[in-house]
Design a protein around this ligand. Sequence first.
Ligand code: PLP
Ligand code: MN
Length: 379
Amino acid sequence: MAGRFVNEGLIGRPGSRGKLQTPALVLDLDAFERNVAAMAEHCTRNGMKLRPHAKTHKSVAIAKKQIAAGAVGQCCAKLGEAEAMGEGGIESLLITSPVVTEGAIMRLMALNARVADLMVAVDNPQNAEALAGAAKAAGKKLKVLVDLDPGLHRTGIAPGEPVLSLGRQVHASEWLELRGLQCYAGHVMHIEDFVQRREQSLAAMKVLGETRDAFRAAGLPVDIVSGGGTGSFNIDPEAKVLTELQGGSYIFMDKQYNDVHVGNGAPIPFETSLFVQMSVVSNNTKNLATTDAGFKAFSTDAEAPMLLSGAPEGSAYFFFGDEQGGIALPQGASLLLGAALTAITPHCDPTVNLYDAYHVVRGDTLVDIWPVEARGKSA
Ligand code: PLP
Ligand code: MN
């Protein structure tokens, strides 16, 4: 590992947080640990299991911390992410997106041979047939969750006869093992108004509950009903449908989620733990400073990053190109060359995917560096 990360010489040095070479992804370990514990406690209290989504963090170290706190395993968005988690020794994995192409199905079978408890979401009869054929050829059964469309139409199969028929097909297949259902209502997570978010979440959960009941009535096993996210964590328990929660972002709490006010005015047990630290690299213009963090340092699908520290009150970050960010300063204010600034990420998952590592801090000290093993593993 020696020489792998530019900041590794700073590990353990008091005050090293302010000296990081930047841009750097920074994880506040105290806040992170509180988030991990709070979601584990929330699920236990509500009689649900927790299978956090690795799409958010893409890190084996983080997956292990979540599992040590009680999570049953990890969700993975993509096969590559699951391979990275499997490589890191995570034993129970659910791939939440369809695995369809021939090459990918071959990799899936190889992973199925290595991982003790691998499951994949399926939303298409043709795909189920292809997976069954590949599992037969590989000589090991593949565990499947049938993915129900919550109305977003991104993935998932329609409720009613289509989902039931797919369930029957999977259950009848000698080489597939039906474990239950998945349904992720991605379109409700960021609805700002709590009443609407609750209404739409519960509507999706109602259809899911009816689907579960129809499966049971048809003699189809439904041991697992997996879904839910950070935006519905305080709504899902009420529906009493999910057996496991797939929350991802709760460990970091990005600007997008902070803006949604997930708790509807009431405090929630999650706080921002993930930041990007940047440095002033040019300051020749009045009321303006340029930092080293631009489009390559933050995801750009959400609003601009929110400045948290290092800049005077009233300063605002704006994207200033691939490599740079601008800090619009209040009249008469300036920033020193090399000054360190901290921002909250606009959207955590795609921001993490831009970095090789987390700079793990306790207070002002860099205490560790955790690689983002599944960075870029979108295939
Ligand atoms: N489950 C699935 C299938 C997802 O796609 C996502 C995120 O997009 C999550 C869970 C995690 O959701 P969140 O980050 O809102 O907690
Ligand atoms: Mn996200």
